[in-house]
Design a protein around this ligand. Structure first.
Ligand code: NAD
Length: 492
């Protein structure tokens, strides 16, 4: 073991509950000093994030390559560009977001004015996942900073190169009296979770989501849980098949080789249309990734041997092993699995019971496309659901009947690039949402403020509670000027 590895180990070992408590206390003191509240501080940190990103783009690309063999184009498009766009949008909108919102008041408080003031929550914890380790770490951080909080980021240990790069760069570029990175795995995260936070923002699987929520409940800490699920794609027969196929491939294999929370998890189409769809997927996949996709530089690898084993188990299930119609090749030494399509698999197979999160794509067939709604609704609510059709009635029914974190008609995954849309799950796919203004709101408390003067001190609210006061009260509640005048004159 080299001396630097020794030192790293020591540093990590020493991060226990005591160290976590000290860290939170220090951040709380800085937060209490008011540093993070000013527009100038928030803007300076967001600008620093953009500078950091520009200055170290190649290092970010290299870290993601080391963690996932993520193709540089995917890193630039889905991690760096998306992050920078969010950061720039936050900078552009920040003053407006921070401005309190004047709201109407009611007759009960007349005369008065009221406003909603967005105040920072305090000291928040962001725990992120390995699959988009740069974006999923920093996108919530944008919201936490924009809303004026002090924060700790805990990146995923499963993407160690990105985790250590984030720790280094955030240490160098950001204000460390308010923003800190803690690296580590279960022990370090558990030490952090024992502390009292003002919000915990967690991205990852539902099992750990439950651990996070249980830890948060002890301190009544609110949470955002960005989880996953089985995101279905419903494919009609009246479509531009080539465009639909390419968009399905882009959302599945073109997003980290299926290791994305919004990746198409399975397809539902009619028995009649399935062969055409399979042929089209085969043809386009071959055009994109060649005859030997295990060698393709345009596909990420599986993140580690645990996940490789998990995916292999899906294929080894005897209920599905004979159903592969494309792909199925594996190379364990390189952690590679080729794009794989399975047709007509039973709904009770392992692959249909768990989130796939990898390059395997099952197709389920139904007699009539409308049956797909029952298939989807019989499972837990997905993070995303997709429909390809030109039938407006079906689009309407899909939007009305399918409950998911988000829906996309005639494309996949792209909704998360629209920062005027909230991004988050529902039911088992998550709690809360972020992106754009929703990130700012996720890390803010909406404080209700009512302003009164000393005028208009209505005796009606004070004892003695007379009959005339009762009549006047009823007239006020019932509304209508005439009723109020009648009550005042004793006519009602
Ligand atoms: P992961 O293994 O990186 O875990 C996420 C975080 O949880 C890490 O920081 C890890 O250190 C921490 N963690 C793990 N075990 C823990 C424990 N016992 N106690 C406390 N903390 C612990 O990521 P993952 O869970 O494999 O991520 C994949 C899942 O996340 C999929 O279900 C995917 O759909 C979902 N996901 C959702 C989104 C979204 O935005 N909704 C984005 C990416 C991934």
């Amino acid at each position: 073991m080299s001396s630097s590895t020794n030192a790293d180990e020591k540093k990590k070992e020493s991060f226990n509950a005591e160290a976590a408590s000290l860290l939170v206390n220090n951040l709380r003191a800085t937060f209490a000093s008011g540093t993070t509240r000013s527009y100038e501080w928030r803007a300076s940190q967001l600008k620093a994030l953009i500078i950091l990103c520009d200055a170290h783009e190649q290092q970010i690309i290299d870290a993601l390559y080391s963690d996932l063999a993520k193709p540089p184009l995917e890193t630039v498009a889905y991690e760096i560009a998306m992050f920078k766009n969010s950061c720039k949008a936050a900078l552009k909108e920040l003053k407006r977001w921070m401005t309190s919102e004047k709201v109407k008041t009611s007759i009960a408080t007349f005369p008065s004015t009221a406003e909603i003031v967005s105040e920072p929550l305090g000291v928040v914890l962001v725990i992120s996942a390995w699959n988009y380790p740069f974006l999923l770490s920093l996108e919530p951080v944008i919201g936490a900073i924009a809303a004026g909080n002090a924060l700790v980021l805990k990146p995923s240990e499963i993407a160690p190169a990105t985790s250590s790069l984030l720790a280094k760069l955030l240490g160098e570029y950001l204000d460390n009296s308010c923003i800190r990175v803690v690296e580590g795995a279960v022990d370090e995260t558990s030490a952090l979770l024992q502390q009292k936070w003002d919000k915990i923002f967690y991205t990852g699987n539902g099992r750990v989501g439950r651990i996070v929520m249980a830890a948060a409940a002890i301190h009544l800490t609110p949470v955002v849980l960005e989880l996953g699920g089985k995101s279905p794609v419903v494919v009609d027969s009246n479509i531009d098949l080539k465009v639909a196929t390419r968009r399905i491939i882009a959302g599945k294999w073109g997003c980290n080789n299926g290791q994305a929370c919004v990746s198409p998890d399975y397809i539902i189409t009619t028995k009649d249309y399935a062969p055409k769809l399979v042929d089209s997927l085969k043809a386009e996949l071959e055009k994109f990734y060649g005859k030997n996709p295990l060698e393709s530089k345009d596909l990420s690898r599986i993140v580690n041997s645990n996940h490789f084993g998990r995916l292999t188990k899906f294929l080894d299930d005897e209920k599905v092993s004979g159903k592969i119609v494309f792909g199925g090749e594996k190379d364990e030494s390189k952690l590679r699995i080729s794009p794989t399509i399975l047709l007509d698999i039973p709904r009770n197979s392992l692959i249909m019971r768990e989130e796939i999160f990898g390059p395997l794509l099952p197709i389920i067939t139904v007699d009539k496309l409308e049956e797909s709604f029952d298939v989807i609704n019989s499972g837990t609510k997905p993070l995303a659901a997709y429909l390809f059709t030109t039938n407006n009635k079906l689009k309407e029914q899909f939007v009305m009947n399918i409950s998911a974190g988000g829906l996309v008609v005639n494309d996949t995954a792209l909704h998360l690039a629209v920062n005027t849309l909230p991004f988050g799950g529902v039911g088992e796919s998550g709690v809360g949402a972020y992106h754009g203004k929703f990130s700012f709101d996720a890390f803010s408390h909406k404080k209700a403020v009512l302003y009164r003067s000393f005028l208009g001190d209505a005796p009606i609210r004070y004892p003695p509670y007379t009959n005339i006061k009762m009549r006047l009260l009823k007239a006020l509640v019932g509304g209508g000027l005439l009723g109020i005048i009648r009550a005042l004159f004793g006519l009602s």
